[in-house]
Structures are given as C-alpha cells and as structure tokens.
Design a protein around this ligand. Structure first.
Ligand code: G6P
Length: 374
C-alpha cells in the first residue's frame, strides 16, 4: 500500500504533488507551435464553436467550482454570455437553451447522476453538450456530443485535487479556443495567457515546494481548537474560497464557509469573533488593482472584528503582508489563471488540519468519490 502511494502517507498528499504533471499532461499536444489551440479530438468544428451564442456550465461539488472560474474566463475572453449552475438545480428547472447553446458538463468521474441527468435535460432541448471528464468512456462523455478529457490519471482520494486543477486547465483551453475561432479582439491577450498557461505547471510546482508554512498554520489552527474557518475572495478568488471551504468541510469536518468578500457586510461578518481564522484570496496587486484595494479593505474590516487573517497573495505583495497576520505567497500569474496556484495551499491547509485532528483524509466519513445516486 505504501508503494501505491509513491512514498506519501496518503493518496491525497500524493495527488497534490502530482498536480504539476497532471496539468502539463492535460495541456500536452493541445497547443501547436503557432500558438493555436488544437482540440481535434473534441469533434466540434470551428464553425460549431462560432455558432455558439450562449454557454451553460453544469457540474457538482469541486467540478462546479472549476465551472465558476470558467465563467469569468469565458465571458472575459469571448464576450459570450455564460452561466454556471449546479447540475442538481439545472435539471429540475426550465433553463433557456437551444441549438446554439453550448453546455459544458464538468465531471471528474463522468458518472455523477445529477450531472448526467442535467446533460440529458440539455440535450432534450437540442443544446450541444461538451463534457470535460477525467474518465475515458464513462457515461457522461458517452452521452455528450463532444468530450475533452483531462489527464489527471486516477484520483483515489475522495476530495478532489489534481482533477480540479486539470479541469481548470481544460476549461481554459476551451475558453481560449472559443476566443481564437471567433477572432475576438483580445488576440494579444489570448496569446499572452496561453504562454502563461504553459508556464503554470512550473509555478504550481513552486507552490508545492513552499507548503511548510501552510502546514504550520493548519497545525496551529488545530491546536487552537478552531471550530470554524471563513474564506473570502472576489472575482475568480471567490470560487477558490468556496473550494478551500469545501476541502475543509470534506476533510476536517469543520464548519467552513466561503464568501464573496463583497457580501461580508450582508451577513457573514457577524460570524467573526476574536481569533476566528479568515483566509483571504488576494488577487494580484498589478493590473486589476481595484480588486486588490477592495479585498484589502475587507481584510481591514474583518481584522477590526478580531479575525486572524491568513492571506493567499502574490509574492512580493507588500500591501497584503502589511495587513494580514500571515501570508502564503504564490508566483505572479494573470488574474484569470491564478486559481491554478491559489487553490493548492488551501488543499494542503485542509489536509494538514484534518490530519492533525486525526481524520482519515483519503476516506472522509459519509462521502463518496462518485455520487451515482440521486
Ligand atoms: C463527489 C466527490 C467530489 C466531486 C463531486 C463531483 O462529491 O467527492 O470530489 O467534486 O462528487 O464529482 P464529478 O465526478 O462529477 O466531478
């Protein structure tokens, strides 16, 4: 069993460490020398992609968080309206779809019942379905019109890590491809982002090399008897906050919640007591500095109420280090790609905190790797 885990204590730890390779594998062969994205295996022509006038993303759990990030990316790069919805909600209502709607179904296992039913619901309305899955030949890809496989390899731990990062990579490829075939005005930006995407595995590896401080913070939280952790973020930092909270719920059985930082004053701020840990996902101070300013004021707001702020920020972000109690630095990256980096310390944080509490992080109670029932 130890050999299966490649020298790691748990599958989850092994899978966290496999992320740079998993992302690199998922990108391999899908970007040609001229910087064009080639998705031949997807069986959708450039014309099919040009005909799309609306995108609907459906998924559950961690895959849904990948979908949320994708919405920000697709709308920014392509200007095509994009909605993202939990499969279990989508399937029981009357979403407005037609032949020119592209439905992207994200499912690691390819077997999640709600996502499968949502795919059927979309197909009944003639929408075209592209699935993003890690499992070749599974049901959702088989029932979809097209599929783009992630290449994370088998993910054993119940809590998703490497599958999530590869879903992001695959979704970025789809978004950038949509932009390229439609000749969108952001051509320069698209090629710059592609270069950054190719550089992402190296940066993820760097994040993984520097997880010791995160582990220490997690052990300190466990030792302090922390009973709740709040996560805040804006823009793509918001789904990362949700994912960080989900990991902690799944693994540590702690009350963890992610919020859009702008919503703090509409309720969540009342949860903060002296010493409550708040993990803030801080966007790059470069470029969209407005977002950065906003999250700094959110950090000040929660600190004024006694929160202990751990900020995940870009390396060298002095403003954030001056305001937060602790910082976790990640390499610089374009805003939309940052989740590939910022999600990683949150995975480790949850794994370490849960381990300190004596939990079985590969097999958390009450959870299944694949939810094939309703
Ligand atoms: C379960 C798993 C999660 C996963 C979700 C969706 O809840 O424990 O890790 O994100 O199902 O699974 P899927 O295979 O459709 O991505």
């Amino acid at each position: 069993a130890a050999a299966e885990k490649g020298g790691f204590e748990t599958f989850m730890r092994k899978e966290i460490h496999e992320q740079p390779a998993a992302v690199a594998d998922t990108l391999r062969g899908r970007i040609d020398e001229t910087g064009q994205i080639v998705l031949d295996e997807v069986r959708m022509s450039d014309q099919d992609f040009r005909d799309v006038d609306k995108v609907f993303i459906i998924a559950c759990g961690t895959s849904y968080h990948a979908g949320m990030v994708t919405k920000y990316a697709i709308e920014h790069w392509t200007r095509i309206p994009c909605e993202v919805e939990l499969a279990s909600e989508f399937r029981y209502r009357d979403p407005v779809l037609d032949r020119s709607t592209l439905v992207i179904a994200i499912s690691q296992s390819g077997e999640t019942m709600d996502t499968l039913m949502a795919v059927r619901h979309a197909k009944d309305q003639k929408a075209r379905v592209l699935s993003i899955s890690n499992t070749v030949g599974s049901t959702i890809p088989r029932e979809s019109d097209a599929v783009l496989y992630t290449r994370a390899g088998i993910e054993v731990a119940v809590a998703s890590t490497k599958a999530f990062l590869t879903q992001l990579a695959a979704c970025y490829l789809v978004g950038l491809h949509l932009a390229q075939v439609r000749g969108i005005k952001y051509a320069d930006e698209v090629s710059a982002v592609l270069d950054e995407l190719v550089a992402a595995p190296g940066k993820i590896a760097k994040v993984i090399e520097h997880l010791d401080p995160v582990r220490q913070m997690a052990r300190d939280c466990a030792a302090a008897g922390t009973d709740r952790v709040l996560f805040i973020g804006r823009h793509v930092g918001y789904p990362v906050a949700l994912e960080g909270a989900l990991k902690l719920k799944e693994l540590a059985y702690l009350h963890a919640e992610g919020f859009a930082a702008g919503e703090l004053k509409h309720g969540p701020i009342s949860l903060i007591e002296d010493g409550t840990p708040v993990i803030a996902i801080v966007p790059s101070p470069r470029g969209r500095s407005l977002l950065h300013d906003k999250i700094i004021s959110n950090i000040q707001e929660v600190k004024a109420r006694g929160a202990k702020v751990i900020a995940v920020c870009e390396e060298g972000d002095r403003i954030t280090s001056a305001h937060a109690d602790l910082v976790i630095e990640t390499p610089a990256s374009p805003t939309l790609l940052a989740p590939l980096l910022t999600a990683v310390p949150l995975q480790e944080f949850a794994a370490e905190l849960a381990t300190a509490l004596g939990r079985d992080i590969d097999q958390p109670r009450n959870l299944a790797k694949s939810v094939t029932v309703e």
